[in-house]
Design a protein around this ligand. Structure first.
Ligand SMILES: *[C@@H]1O[C@H](CO)[C@@H](O)[C@H](O)[C@H]1NC(C)=O
Ligand SMILES: *[C@@H]1O[C@H](CO)[C@@H](O)[C@H](O)[C@H]1NC(C)=O
Ligand SMILES: *[C@@H]1O[C@H](CO)[C@@H](O)[C@H](O)[C@H]1NC(C)=O
Ligand SMILES: *[C@@H]1O[C@H](CO)[C@@H](O)[C@H](O)[C@H]1NC(C)=O
Ligand SMILES: *[C@@H]1O[C@H](CO)[C@@H](O)[C@H](O)[C@H]1NC(C)=O
Ligand SMILES: *[C@@H]1O[C@H](CO)[C@@H](O)[C@H](O)[C@H]1NC(C)=O
Ligand SMILES: *[C@@H]1O[C@H](CO)[C@@H](O)[C@H](O)[C@H]1NC(C)=O
Length: 577
């Protein structure tokens, strides 16, 4: 018996041994050289890279700086925010809770768990939405990303935000279209908290991080979080400028969609755990039941990412997305099955790519600089590393990683940060006509005030502050100032926000702006002056004109560049290659 066991073990060891192909030293040199070149030519402040293969760490390293002013170099233990890579932690911990629960499944209506007070924007969604719908972005509610960017009140709980979801209308019929929603991941976190009787943070810590030994991984909105992570940077007129770390708190209370930070060393454990279908490298007994985990890797929604696919004949290789799963996307890269996600929060950007059939994985994360070129660079590093792990000839080199997407496709010109124009009040209506508080039942309050040097300021959420310039009585252009300045005036994102005021009988009665920045929906969201706009009840009674077709040429331009930003926090890509 013992003898057979030893023999079996030996067989396992030898077969693993023969499969293990760590990179040769010349491959590692080529990889290091590729990464260093990519970091330099794309103005990446700091970078964290981890590669695994057959349960082994092939590489875990830092490049550049965690903090430029403090001269702190990035290492394999530097903490970077991983944004939406958090979503796989949420789906994994839910798989664990469900596997032990026995009664609730992926397809149990969450109404049955949350009870009769729970509401989404219509009765069908309220009654039928399941965890599978939330985790696969099938509900039809768009991202409403602007509300997340500016941040909810510090004291808002997940339960509070869940109550507001009923005022965030869906834009597509249930289960018909992919609409990426961080708020639905927040809701999934709330559901599992209700079911398990513990916070999502405690569940992730106890059931995943502790068991996997991920000791330097945490939540950016928990105590110490802000101090522990590296400094986020943005490019302004070619120079890396730090941005306020407190902006990372805008993720709260939507933590289950994006609050985790981690290190290269810790992420090797996370990748090996998934490549082993729920086991650590040392233990045979799975930490999470493999069958439940497997469902999170399976196709749940048709693939929505054509825009970022690489395909022949334009590119020499193909990387074609197939489906969204639960916290994971499936693609075929050069014919290999790839499970991946990208992440972005404030100016942090990350990619995690797993090749389950090759037992290989890559993690890359940076603390900036929030340009489409910088985000493409993170992917280029993942491509080059993937090719080495897969034993394929790399299709990128130190020259094309800097020119990308050239020579295959023309590089889009990136605008530099501009001087915000001098403030000018060139309309006859008085500033005081606009000042006041404008409300929306789902998205909170916007305040219009007169501030320094007599300009009109729009305040929204925890950090939003825009200087708004009149074009005529109704149309204003907004530039973010203070903490969020880089949203409208950093390199590659020099676009104002469109703001409209509604006049009824000569009086200002409402304000409109785009809360949903990413979808193709032209509608702006209405905030009612001195009240709270309720899309269900109030629109008709107050005679507010909610139909607004925005898309003159200039507005299109504004939207598409904001699209790029939202996708950073989200999954998707960043350069629309
Ligand atoms: C939350 O904080 C805001 C101010 O930031 C305050 O107006 C509000 O009353 C607080 N709400 C609760 C429930 O404490
Ligand atoms: C964050 O930093 C504090 C203080 O340095 C440390 O005690 C804590 O362990 C760190 N947290 C993580 C998750 O690394
Ligand atoms: C890099 O790749 C491009 C395109 O495949 C090729 O034209 C170029 O010669 C290569 N450069 C180097 C230095 O290998
Ligand atoms: C950008 O930097 C250049 C010099 O590097 C300077 O001449 C120019 O004024 C700067 N532009 C802005 C808008 O700061
Ligand atoms: C006011 O000035 C802006 C430029 O800041 C200009 O685009 C707009 O047409 C002007 N409006 C009027 C009514 O003069
Ligand atoms: C956009 O506004 C129009 C007109 O009010 C309305 O019919 C339509 O349903 C709205 N679309 C969405 C997605 O809210
Ligand atoms: C509402 O606004 C749209 C677009 O600006 C306009 O075409 C329409 O006539 C307006 N409807 C009413 C009732 O004012």
């Amino acid at each position: 018996m013992t003898c057979i066991a030893v023999l079996a073990l030996l067989l396992v060891l030898t077969s693993m041994e023969s499969e293990t192909r760590e990179l040769t030293s010349s491959e590692l040199d080529a990889l290091n050289n590729f990464i260093e070149t990519t970091v330099a030519c794309n103005s990446i402040p700091g970078l964290s890279v981890a590669l695994v293969r057959n349960d082994m760490t092939v590489l875990a390293r830092g490049y550049g700086f965690d903090d430029i002013e403090g001269n702190r170099k990035s290492t394999a233990d530097s903490a970077f925010c991983i944004g939406s890579l958090t979503k796989a932690f949420t789906s994994t911990v839910i798989a664990d809770v469900l596997s032990r629960h026995g009664r609730v499944t992926w397809d149990t209506p969450i109404y049955d768990i949350l009870g009769a007070t729970f509401r989404l924007s219509d009765d069908l969604l309220t009654r039928e939405t399941t965890l599978r719908d939330l985790l696969a972005h099938k509900v039809g509610t768009p991202s409403y990303f602007h509300a997340l960017l500016v941040g909810f009140d510090a004291n808002m709980t997940r339960a509070d935000l869940v109550k507001k979801l009923q005022y965030m209308p869906a834009v597509a019929p249930f289960r018909t279209q992919f609409h990426y929603s961080n708020f639905m991941y927040m809701l999934a976190g709330h559901v599992i908290e209700t079911l398990a009787g513990e916070t999502w943070e405690d569940l992730v810590t106890k059931r995943l991080l502790s068991k996997l030994g991920m000791r330097s991984t945490g939540f950016v909105d928990a105590s110490d979080g802000i101090e522990n992570v590296s400094t986020p940077y943005v490019l302004k007129n070619g120079t890396l400028v730090p941005v306020d770390k407190r902006l990372l708190l805008t993720v709260s209370p939507s933590g289950p969609a994006g609050s985790i930070y981690s290190t290269a060393n810790d992420m090797t454990k996370w990748m090996i755990f998934h490549l082993n279908k729920g086991r650590t490298k040392h233990e045979y007994t799975p930490i999470v039941h493999p069958d439940w985990l497997e469902t999170t890797y399976e196709s749940q929604m048709t693939h929505p990412f054509e825009a970022k696919d690489l395909t022949r004949p334009l590119y020499p290789v193909s990387d074609a997305s197939v489906s969204y799963n639960m916290g994971w996307v499936s693609s075929l890269y050069r014919g290999y099955r790839k499970l991946w996600h990208s992440g972005g929060i404030v100016t942090f950007s990350s990619q995690l790519w797993l090749y389950p059939d090759m037992r290989s994985g890559v993690f890359v994360a940076s603390n900036g600089p929030l340009t489409s070129k910088g985000s493409t660079a993170i992917r280029n590093i993942a491509y080059f590393a993937s090719d080495l792990l897969l034993g394929e000839e790399p299709w990128l080199n130190t020259s094309t990683t800097c020119s990308f997407p050239a020579p295959w496709k023309e590089l889009q010109h990136q605008s530099l940060a501009i001087e915000i124009p001098r403030y000018k009040w060139n309309i006859t209506r008085k500033m005081a006509d606009y000042t006041g508080v404008y409300g929306h039942k789902g998205f909170g309050h916007i305040e219009i005030v007169v501030l320094d040097r007599n300009s009109l300021i729009l305040r929204y959420g925890r950090f939003g502050k825009m200087k708004i310039f009149p074009q005529d009585e109704q149309v204003f252009y907004g530039y973010y100032v203070d903490e969020l300045w880089f949203l409208t005036n950093a390199d590659g994102r020099t676009d104002y926000m469109d703001i409209r005021f509604e006049l009824t009988d000569g009086k200002v009665t409402a304000l409109k702006l785009h809360i949903d920045l990413d979808s193709d929906q032209p509608n702006m969201t209405v905030f009612l002056k001195g009240g709270e706009y309720d899309s269900k009840a109030l629109s008709k009674r107050n005679g507010i004109n909610t139909s607004y077709s925005c898309c003159s040429g200039k507005n299109e331009h504004t939207k598409s560049s904001l699209f790029i930003y939202i996708c950073i926090f989200a999954i998707i890509l960043i350069s629309r290659t």
